[in-house]
Design a protein around this ligand. Structure first.
Ligand code: HEC
Length: 459
């Protein structure tokens, strides 16, 4: 209930503002005009202003309880608002009793000033402190295309600072005297000195403050603001411990297995975060008998989710019999993920894959697929993830896939893409994440889980 009433604050505040502005206007006119009407109407206007101010102060207080506002700013806004309310009340009293005329005029002027201040602070609270500035440059978060070549500071660390720290530590504001939007500023530190000590994350203020309990006054970012994740803190600490260099690339820094896995996820967020790779509308179940026949040949074949008729098929890196392909063809529409690692292309098996019109994820890593075969995949309109790690495909072959609109990621580690081809490939697939790997090949967490269960059952 309180928060419900609090939400009316933005509505209420405009009343006293409007009424007081009218009062100020009449007051100004009354100084020049002979007409007594302007003077006479002032008590009524002041009373209306006072009453509506009380309402907006009350609703404002309730709104502030919901949190999420910056403490300092909120405090100033609140006290300015209360002062303004009291002032209009006193002014109403003086005007109706016709007392201390000279003081009345001072109060009118002060109320105008307070109105401006309260309003501006309120605007800053809701719209951010620079809501009146027009020249705001938007920070563009870089997209990591080739992880080992990515600049650690500009492509990994700075985006974190930009998102979680710059609102208070950049050109606009330097809380604690600290700016974090540039090498020179971060290196300079804040009022208390250095923000980080190269090679010593554990002694660096950035890390120390992030690790404090969120309730602690010194915790960064302050409570109620978007917080750093565990992984982000680890990445920043890694960067500091590796020397806090502003130019080095990922491949130039030593990384533990844990950091490598965090990094790998940075460049392939699509696997875990994007919509699941299953078509929205369900489909009729595939023939159980056919599924059983396929299973009998040692192929894992399971629903991608509970209550889903879509299937994940995994050859587990083994060569499968031709009958498996014949049976797969019968239930092709149900297959959405196909893991055909180490596939030997031939006997029409690519044609079977080609007919799987709902296929979303295809793993052909380590297969002997050739450039000229890739055109067969160009019909897979739902394909989102294509793993071609350890294959002989190159730029020429991949061109055939450039019209696949839903392709999100192509894995190309240890393929025949040369260094000079990468920029061309990027131009060819502007919206697709191209992964040259060098770190672990992402496994799709979900299916390893299902497969483990499956393994238990069959053993
Ligand atoms: C909502 C505003 C806000 C955000 C966002 C914010 N800070 Fe702060 N920060 C402050 C304020 C206010 C101070 C000064 C008060 C204090 O020392 O606690 C401060 C002080 C600091 C200091 C100490 C500076 C000195 O030398 O006194 C460091 C270090 C710091 N912040 C790091 C960060 C980091 C890192 C982030 C992002 C992960 C961050 N802050 C995000 C408000 C913020």
């Amino acid at each position: 209930m309180t928060s419900f009433l609090g939400h009316f604050h933005p509505l209420f505040v405009h009343l006293p503002i409007g009424i007081l502005v009218v009062g100020l206007l009449f007051k100004a006119i009354s100084l020049k005009s002979e007409n007594p009407i302007y003077e006479a109407i002032l008590p009524a206007v002041l009373l209306a202003s006072f009453v509506s101010s009380v309402f907006s102060a009350g609703s404002g207080y309730l709104l502030s309880l919901s949190g999420g506002y910056e403490k300092d700013l909120l405090g100033y806004h609140q006290w300015a608002g209360i002062a303004l309310t009291v002032l209009t009340g006193v002014l109403y009293f003086l005007v109706t009793k016709n007392k201390i005329k000279s003081l009345q005029n001072v109060f009118w002027i002060v109320s105008a000033g307070l109105l401006g201040i309260t309003g501006h602070l309120g605007g800053s609270l809701t719209h951010g402190e620079n809501f009146l500035s027009f020249s705001e440059e938007k920070y563009q978060k870089p997209v990591i295309v080739n992880l080992p070549e990515a600049k650690v500071y500009t492509e990994i660390i700075e985006p974190i600072f930009a998102e979680k720290c710059w609102s208070c530590h950049s050109a606009k504001k330097q809380k604690g005297g600290l700016r974090m939007d540039g090498k020179a500023f971060i290196t300079k530190g804040g009022e208390d000195g250095a923000a980080f000590l190269a090679h010593q994350a554990a002694k660096s203020r950035i890390i120390l403050r992030a690790q404090l309990n969120e309730k602690d006054e010194e915790h960064m970012p302050p409570a109620g603001k978007p917080q750093l994740t565990e992984k982000e803190i680890k990445l920043i600490a890694w960067w500091i411990n590796e020397g806090a260099d502003f130019n080095k690339k990922v491949k130039e820094l030593k990384a533990t297995a844990e950091i490598k896995s965090i990094l790998a996820n940075l460049s392939t967020p699509s696997i875990s975060q994007a919509e699941p790779d299953v078509p929205k509308e369900n489909i009729d179940a595939a023939d159980e008998k056919v599924i059983a026949l396929i299973k009998n040949e040692g192929v894992a074949i399971v629903p991608v989710a509970i209550n889903s008729n879509y299937l994940l098929v995994n050859f587990n890196g083994r060569k499968v019999k031709e009958t498996v392909w014949e049976n797969l063809k019968k239930i092709g529409d149900n297959v959405v993920w196909l893991k055909a690692k180490n596939l030997t292309v031939g006997n029409g098996n690519l044609e079977v894959i080609q007919s799987m019109k709902n296929l979303c994820q295809l793993d052909l890593s380590g297969s002997d697929i050739k450039n000229e075969d890739l055109s067969k995949l160009a019909e897979l309109k739902n394909l989102r993830v294509l793993n071609l790690n350890y294959t002989n495909v190159s730029l020429q072959g991949l061109e055939a896939l450039k019209n696949l609109k839903s392709l999100r990621s192509i894995y190309l580690f240890s393929s025949k893409i040369s260094k000079t081809d990468w920029p061309k490939l990027k131009a060819m697939f502007p919206k697709t994440q191209l992964d040259s790997g060098n770190y672990q090949v992402p496994t799709f967490e979900k299916d390893t889980l299902i497969l483990k269960k499956e393994d238990l059952v069959s053993e």
